[in-house]
Design a protein around this ligand. Structure first.
Ligand code: XIL
Length: 364
């Protein structure tokens, strides 16, 4: 099935042609999966070579600052990934710090690096409760805030029209305790801020795929049900939404990874609505787990393999992204206050067991 999906055309032909035809590569990989063949592809084309052969985008969150000053990091990203997503550089507070003033330098730099390396760009994120600049407040009132939202989405999505393939239009709108999260958007506009955001985004770039993105909604359970109901309602009412981003920030202990069965059911019910799913921000934190470092890395690899092989078995999953690439620049220590190692490459940019596990998942 890898070949049908590859010929559906999401892969970059130039890279596959460098290794022979997509068909030849696919046959070589799925036919024998000989370690030597896989290693040869990984050495020459990284994970993106395997993703291309299967018609699946493989991506990482990146920061313009690191790309500019760390050539080894930039080379790693270009070798391994076919997609990038700005970890912060397209967020509201960074690109639109004052009324009417936009700061696109870092976001442009990422889009330029992507183009130079034939990588696709995922846009992240238009509407979120965090990283909103101080001038955007609920006190502006519904009409003015709708105007602010409309102007913001038109400017940002419009600037990257045709260059950003998919947008996380709304991020994390469901509260962990249930219901719509209280935010500047929900308080200032009301619950219909979501549908306005999707309509503004569609108008600004009709070719971009539009996603609702959230965490803790990967398996089954209350939050996943709420996300499902939210997107089902949007879809039913004709709001332009194309997919759901499942962030997949998980850990050996916490947050728990979804079981493959639950993930498969969730992907299935979203597919039944006609929605694509992207794994948008995967990382697997080690904190709190028992065992030697090697044992933890092995268990981490198993989580990457199990989650991604279940995800990629679903026909509506066409891309997988990690929230970073190397442990050197992971957001997790900043978030949890303790060292970790949640990503596929270590802090010296060496592949960890997780890297090979991701390759295995692409081959299953
Ligand atoms: C995080 C970044 O990684 C950090 O650098 C920043 O300080 C806070 O935001 N879910 C999301 C991402 O959708 O935007 C978050 O990114 C991580 C959790």
């Amino acid at each position: 099935m890898g070949l049908e999906r590859a010929s559906a055309g999401t892969f970059d032909r130039r890279r596959v042609l460098a290794l022979g035809s997509a068909a030849a590569l696919g046959a070589a990989l799925s036919g024998c999966r000989a370690a030597a063949t896989v290693n040869a592809v990984l050495a020459r084309q990284g994970l993106r070579g395997l993703g291309d052969a299967r018609g699946v985008g493989i991506g990482a969150a990146v920061q313009a600052g690191y790309l500019a000053r760390d050539a080894d990091y930039a080379a790693l990203i270009a070798r391994e990934f076919s997609m990038v997503v700005p970890e912060n550089d397209m967020k509201f507070g960074l690109v639109h710090p004052e009324p009417g003033r936009f700061a696109f330098g870092n976001a442009d730099a990422i889009v330029d690096v992507a183009r130079a390396n034939a990588m696709q760009v995922r846009g992240h994120t238009l509407v979120w409760h965090r990283q909103v600049p101080p001038w955007v407040t609920a006190e502006l009132g519904r009409e003015r805030l709708l105007g602010v939202l409309g102007d913001h989405v038109a400017a940002v999505v419009g600037r990257y029209r045709g260059r950003v393939v998919a947008w996380d239009v709304v991020n994390e709108a469901i509260d962990d305790g249930g219901g719509l999260r209280a935010s500047v958007w929900s308080r200032g506009i009301g619950p219909d801020y979501l549908e306005h955001a999707f309509r503004f985004a569609r108008a600004a770039d009709p070719s971009a795929r539009l996603y609702y993105n959230d965490y803790g909604a990967e398996g089954l359970g209350r939050k996943s049900d709420e996300v499902f109901r939210l997107v089902a309602d949007l879809k039913e009412r004709g709001v332009p939404i194309d997919g759901v981003g499942l962030q997949m920030h998980v850990g050996l202990l916490r947050p728990p990874a979804p079981s493959p069965d639950e993930l498969a059911s969730n992907l299935g019910r979203l597919a039944a609505l006609g929605l694509d799913v992207t794994v948008t921000e995967m990382d697997v934190r080690l904190a709190g787990a028992a065992g030697t470092p090697d044992q933890k890395w092995a268990r981490q690899a198993a989580v990457y393999r199990d989650v991604l092989s279940a995800a990629l078995a679903a026909p509506n999953v066409k891309a997988v992204l990690f929230w970073g690439a190397t442990d050197r620049y992971s957001w997790i220590p900043g978030e949890t206050g303790q060292p970790d190692g949640a990503l596929p490459f270590d802090d010296q940019y060496r592949p960890k067991p997780a890297y090979r596990a991701i390759a295995d998942a692409l081959l299953i």
